[in-house]
Design a protein around this ligand. Structure first.
Ligand SMILES: Cc1ncc(COP(=O)(O)OP(=O)(O)O)c(N)n1
Ligand SMILES: Cc1ncsc1CCOP(=O)(O)O
Ligand SMILES: [Mg+2]
Length: 204
C-alpha cells in the first residue's frame, strides 16, 4: 500500500473536537497518512493535539506525521516528521528519529530538489503546486509542468501540496505523482469523509 496517496494535513485553526472529527471522518473516507501541523500554539498544545489525533488513528494503520518538530514526534512516538527548509537539518533529524520513522522534506526550488537526492529522507513534499490561502509565504508555484519535471528528476516518492482540490486533482493524478497532501479540501469540507472518498477515487 502506498502511504502517500491521500495525505491529510490538519488545520491548526480548528478546535481539538473538530480536529478529531475531521481526522476520524477522513480516515473513513480513505486518507492514507495524517500530518499534525501546528503553526501558532505552544509546544504543550502541539503535544496535546498530536495525542488527540494519535488516539483517533489508533488501530487504523494510518501513519501519524508531525510537522516541523522532531521533539514532538519523539514525545508522542509518532511514525514520522515532515521538515521544511528552515527546520532542523534532515541529517540531525534522521539521527534522532532512527531509520524506521518516516522523514519528509519540503522542496521549494529546483536547487533544493537536486540537493534532496543525497539526503536521508523518505519522501519529498513539492511545495507548492498552486497558490493557496492556507500558506502564503511560498517561494514558488510549481504548477503541473514543474511537478512533471520534479517527477523526472527525483528518485524519491513525491507528495504534491498546495491549492489542490477535486477540480484540479485529475490533472495532478495524471502525472503519476505518488501522493497529494491537502488541508482545506478536507478540513473545510462539510463532510470530510465524502470529500476524502471523492479525492481518493480521483487518485485511483
Ligand atoms: C507533505 C507536506 N509537504 C510540504 C509541507 C510544507 O512544509 P513547510 O515548508 O515546512 O511549511 P509548513 O507546513 O511548516 O508551514 C508540509 N507541511 N507537508
Ligand atoms: C502546508 C503547505 N505547504 C505548502 S502549501 C501548504 C498548504 C496546503 O493547504 P491547502 O491544501 O489548503 O492548499
Ligand atoms: Mg515546516
Amino acid at each position: 500500500m502506498n502511504p502517500y496517496r491521500l495525505y491529510l494535513v490538519t488545520d491548526d485553526r480548528q478546535s481539538v473536537d473538530t480536529l478529531q472529527y475531521v481526522v476520524r471522518e477522513a480516515v473513513l473516507g480513505g486518507v492514507t497518512m495524517v500530518q499534525v501541523r501546528e503553526k501558532h500554539g505552544d509546544v504543550r498544545a502541539f503535544i496535546e493535539r498530536a495525542e488527540a489525533v494519535k488516539a483517533v488513528l489508533r488501530g487504523s494503520g494510518v501513519p501519524l506525521i508531525i510537522n516541523d518538530r522532531v521533539d514532538v514526534a519523539l514525545a508522542v512516538n509518532a511514525d514520522g516528521v515532515h521538515l521544511g527548509q528552515s527546520d532542523m537539518p534532515v541529517a540531525y533529524a534522521r539521527r534522532l528519529l532512527g531509520s524506521e520513522r518516516l522523514l519528509g522534506l519540503s522542496v521549494e526550488t529546483e536547487q533544493q530538489l537536486f540537493e534532496s537526492e543525497s539526503l536521508p529522507i523518505d519522501y519529498l513534499g513539492l511545495s507548492a503546486i498552486f497558490a493557496t490561502p492556507t500558506k502564503t509565504n511560498l517561494k514558488k508555484h510549481w504548477g503541473i509542468a514543474g511537478l512533471k519535471r520534479a517527477l523526472g528528476v527525483s528518485s524519491r516518492p513525491i507528495v504534491a501540496i498546495g491549492g489542490i482540490n477535486e477540480d484540479n486533482l485529475p490533472d495532478i493524478a495524471r502525472t503519476g505523482v505518488h501522493g497529494v497532501a491537502l488541508v482545506s479540501a478536507i478540513c473545510d469540507a462539510s463532510c470530510p469523509q465524502t470529500a476524502a472518498r471523492k479525492l481518493d477515487g480521483i487518485m485511483e
